[in-house]
Design a protein around this ligand. Structure first.
Ligand SMILES: NC(=O)c1ccc[n+]([C@@H]2O[C@H](COP(=O)([O-])OP(=O)(O)OC[C@H]3O[C@@H](n4cnc5c(N)ncnc54)[C@H](O)[C@@H]3O)[C@@H](O)[C@H]2O)c1
Length: 390
């Protein structure tokens, strides 16, 4: 009998919490909030993505009201240009107008943008109120909702026009995470596939975090996952979050040099160099520009694997296997219109993972295993970029 419910504990001492994953879980949101030590009859701030189906939002409101809470709903427009201090300020003002007190939780119902923005407000309002993450995209379900990172973007103070992503934020662990796989029913396919890129990334780390089979399982189960079969989604999200929880438990605040949260940036140093170029798109045409984060990560994973092979850090053939899995997930494997390799190397050098002038890269070292390197020859990185040049 396939499992249609999973629970993943995140063990962080006094900041521990549980993730509940099940179809229909938001219909029981009130009970989850009750279990998260919220005082009875409290107001709760329900901050939601304004593109969600109204039925999802009203399911949450009904469940909260039935459990005796007073839900106060606040819509947010989920765009990167809206994930700003100004929007966070408006949300904080709204919380103050409604007189929310320190024990009253904020519920973040949406993708990573709503989760980051509402989480940031929760981290700062009255120096910290509880947040309950209810992710509605696959990316937020397998990644952003767990681990306590919250952030907003900063407009470039030097006026070059690019957003400085996640430049201002705080670590603020949620009190609970409630994942309703039915929420994915309305998620557009492109966003769903973007989330799969992060799943492949987790699989590429699985051997050191208790799940060496995850990458093979993901490949074998891809058809059921892509058609969003509930039991496969519950298993996918549960296994991915177990990896994420293990990493976060080892290094809650990304303080370890090696083997900690930095590993989650596998593929991301390449991805960050291309995802903010507004003209790039998965099919080369203007209609789908810019790249989604997950699309950039998928390309970054191939570039990282090719770099690793070129630098002799992993077995030959690994990049082709990773590329085949990414292609099977219908994510892009090549990109037209990439800037020159020299320009891309410069963009990577601006990434936050440059420490004392050295570019740190997370590279796969085997199927399901990755490591941190700061001595990768530029020629190997250039080979990585060439592998995805369309
Ligand atoms: N805090 C973390 O640890 C962490 C980790 C990874 C990413 N992030 C952040 O997450 C953000 C990206 O998150 P995302 O990929 O979830 O994107 P998102 O929040 O922008 O959501 C993607 C799109 O889907 C829509 N949407 C969301 N749920 C839907 C649903 N169920 N049905 C229909 N439409 C829906 C949104 O309105 C949006 O248009 C970035 O800002 C990134 O920095 C944070």
């Amino acid at each position: 009998m396939p499992t249609t419910e999973a629970r993943v504990p995140v063990r962080l001492g006094p900041r521990s919490y549980d993730v509940t994953i099940a179809p229909g879980a938001l219909g029981r949101l009130g009970a989850s909030v009750n279990a998260s030590r919220t005082p009875a009859c409290s107001p709760v701030a329900l901050v939601f993505d304004d593109r969600l189906p109204g039925s999802l939002v009203s399911t949450c409101e009904r469940s909260l009201a039935a459990a005796g809470f007073r839900p106060l709903a606040h819509p947010l427009k989920a765009t990167e240009s809206n994930k700003t201090l100004a929007r966070a300020g408006e949300l904080l003002g709204w919380l103050a107008i409604h007189r929310l007190e320190r024990p009253h939780p904020i519920i973040a119902l949406g993708g990573g943008i709503v989760g980051d923005l509402a989480g940031f407000a929760a981290a700062t309002y009255r120096r910290g109120v509880p947040v309950i993450q209810c992710p509605t995209t696959l990316l937020a379900m397998v990644d952003a909702s767990v681990g306590g990172k919250t952030a907003v973007n900063l407009s470039d103070p030097e006026g070059r026009g690019e957003l400085l992503k996640n430049m201002v934020g705080a670590f603020h662990q949620p009190r609970a995470v409630v994942i309703d796989t039915d929420a994915l029913d309305s998620l557009p396919d492109r966003h769903f596939r973007s989330g799969l890129a992060e799943c492949i990334k987790h699989g590429m780390l699985g051997a050191d975090f208790g799940d060496p089979q995850l990458l093979d399982w993901t490949a074998d189960t891809l058809d059921r996952i892509a058609t969003r079969k509930p039991d496969s989604l519950v298993a996918l999200i549960g296994r991915n979050l177990s990896i994420k929880a293990s990493v976060v438990q080892r290094d809650e605040r990304e303080e370890l040099d090696l083997g900690g949260r930095a590993l989650l940036n596998l593929g991301h140093t390449f991805a960050h160099a291309i995802e903010t170029i507004p003209t790039l798109s998965p099919d080369g045409g203007p209609g789908l520009a810019p790249l989604q984060h997950g699309e950039a990560v998928a390309l970054g994973l191939i570039a990282a694997a090719t770099t690793s092979e070129a630098a002799g850090r992993c077995p030959t053939g690994l990049a082709a296997r990773i590329g085949a899995l990414i292609a099977a997930a219908e994510l892009p494997v090549r990109l037209q219109g990439l800037p020159s390799t020299q320009r891309l190397l410069e963009r990577m050098a601006h990434d936050k993972k440059v420490l004392s002038g050295k570019l740190r890269l997370i590279l796969p070292v085997d199927w399901g295993r990755a490591a941190v390197f700061d001595d990768v020859p530029p020629a190997a990185i250039a080979a990585g970029w060439d592998a995805i040049r369309g």
